[in-house]
Design a protein around this ligand. Structure first.
Ligand code: DOR
Length: 428
């Protein structure tokens, strides 16, 4: 099928493009990006007042299948991704069983292929069963299509195992996506430790729980020459550590979630368990630091940490609730409304954080509109205004603290391998 996306503002950071142009797609590939391309026999998409970008990549999602399909499955998660403007997602291995062997990784890829909406790339576990004691067979994971390793959801507490993991992953050029949390400091914690944890009477999680582990993992990266990617960075001190490591020339990158960029720990005062997330929502001092680091390039990409949960694990006492936010269907609008429209983040920068940022970290041959590339395209409508309504989510996880928030700037169309998979938030 030939598609001509006409008259939109094309933003393609990899090729330094930000101009009104047409984009022609054919047989699943980008054919041309230029002015006034002839429509020939192509289906024409009017992209006037829209922004045409390479397909967005979310390198950190939890799709829950196999094992917890009541929370999410690959089909519902793929739909949520497509509706949210993502053409590629990378799924974390805290499934049941964990993605610590080729069979599970192959199963996920096959399920995603059958669903056919989103490119789903599995992330293998660093350790067997994510138990933190023995390394997984990374060669096997790579051959089954895993693009990184992580025990996300849990840290690798044993320093010797993390050292070996970084060393072993390096042999396969795999980034190690680290969930940095010292469980001895965070245990039983419910929210960020600070003013509001005292006011609300909830046990706090100090920033040091995250920072101590990032410091350790940076040291281990120096020791091993491995590749460390810090997941869901959330504190000023953490950003400082990554900035220093990068200056030193270590192979260290990091991501931030939309919720850590736009919502503070004050929101926990509603005792709505949808505000419970790990790492916890931080205070404004940290949010400001994250925003500065985004602009500065210390933070390499935005990733949702999409963590769908069942109503029962959220409609309960705060201390009993599971941490996590269902993020795929609000990520783009939150960043557009809270950061891009108010002038805090440049739109070009935003596009790179969702495209070349994750593609470079993972070595993916995606994230650009270069002719010959797979025709993954995300079209944004910067003026569309909608209110967040989880009842309309494709995700089974309705757990969002942003319910009822009116946001301006949404994904308009998601095109995967030359095929329109979502339009105006609806799966086609
Ligand atoms: O809030 C979170 N939820 N943080 C994590 O690291 C894991 C995730 C989940 O799997 O629910």
């Amino acid at each position: 099928m030939r598609l001509l996306i006409k008259g939109g503002r094309v933003i393609d950071p990899a090729n330094g493009l930000n101009a009104l142009m047409d984009v022609l797609l054919d047989e699943g590939r980008i054919v041309a990006v230029n002015n006034d391309l002839p429509d020939d026999d192509a289906e024409v998409i009017d992209a006037k007042d829209k922004i045409v970008c390479p397909g967005f990549i979310d390198m950190h999602v939890h799709l829950r299948e196999p094992g917890q399909e009541y929370k999410e499955d690959i089909s519902s998660g793929s739909k949520a991704a497509a509706a949210g403007g993502f053409t590629t997602v990378c799924c974390m291995p805290n499934t049941e069983p964990a993605i610590d062997n080729a069979a599970v990784a192959s199963f996920i890829r096959e399920r995603a292929r059958k669903t056919g909406l989103t490119n789903v790339l599995p992330i293998g576990a660093i350790t067997q069963g994510r138990a933190g004691n023995e390394l997984s067979e990374m060669a096997e994971l790579v051959s089954a299509g895993c693009i990184a390793v992580s025990d996300d959801g849990s840290p690798v507490m044993r320093t010797d195992i993390m050292r070996n993991g970084l060393e072993y992953a390096k042999m396969f050029a795999l980034p190690v996506l680290a969930h940095c949390e010292d469980l001895n400091l965070s245990r039983d914690g419910q929210m960020h430790e600070g003013y509001y944890s005292i006011i609300y009477g909830l046990k706090g999680i100090p920033v040091e729980a995250e920072e101590v582990m990032i410091a350790r993992d940076i040291m281990l990266t120096r020791l091993t020459g491995g590749y460390l990617h810090v997941c869901h960075i959330s504190t000023r001190g953490a950003v400082d550590l990554v900035r220093k490591a990068k200056k030193e020339g270590l192979n260290v990158t990091c991501e931030v979630t939309p919720h850590h960029l736009v919502l503070s720990d004050e929101a926990v005062g509603t005792y709505d368990a949808n505000t419970k997330v790990n790492p916890p929502l931080r205070s404004w001092e940290h949010i400001e630091a994250l925003r500065e680091a985004l602009n500065e390039g210390v933070i390499d990409c935005i990733a949702t940490d999409h963590a769908p949960h069942h109503l029962e694990s959220k409609d309960c006492e705060y201390i009993l609730a599971s941490p996590g936010i269902s993020g795929l269907e609000t990520a783009v609008a939150l960043i557009m409304n809270e950061l891009v429209h108010p002038g805090i983040l440049d739109i070009e920068k935003m596009v790179s954080l969702f495209t070349t940022g994750p593609a470079d970290i993972l070595g993916l041959d995606r994230g650009t509109l270069s002719p010959g590339q797979v025709a993954d395209v995300t079209v944004l409508d910067p003026d569309m205004v909608k209110t967040v309504d989880p009842a309309k989510f494709y995700s089974k996880g309705k757990n969002t603290p942003f319910i009822g928030r009116e946001l301006k700037g949404w994904p308009y169309m998601t095109i995967r391998a030359g095929k329109i998979v979502a339009c105006a938030g609806k799966i086609v």
